[in-house]
Design a protein around this ligand. Structure first.
Ligand code: ZN
Length: 84
């Protein structure tokens, strides 16, 4: 009996190039849209007690990255790591 490997066509460079071009065109359309940046106020600092960390005006949180981690502990997705 002959092997059936010949059924799967090989991936050619031309196919990959076509896919990349499609992505590039879509990306260009999205990039052409006007970008509006939201700001949340300048010169804000972390709302945590005695934390002098200055917040970015693009950061919508009230605390810095360190205290945000404390406020929202990692509780999700830790039930089981076993693959079924
Ligand atoms: Zn802080």
């Amino acid at each position: 009996m002959a092997p059936v490997a010949a059924i799967d066509p090989p991936v050619t460079g031309a196919d990959r190039r076509t896919t990349t071009m499609e992505y590039t065109l879509k990306g260009a359309q999205i990039a052409g849209m006007p970008r509006r940046s939201r700001t949340y106020g300048r010169g804000r600092v972390c709302s945590h007690d005695d934390c002098p960390t200055r917040l970015s005006q693009y950061n919508k949180r009230e605390t810095c990255s360190v205290h945000t981690g404390v406020t929202f502990p990692r509780l999700r997705g830790h039930t089981k790591h076993l693959k079924e």
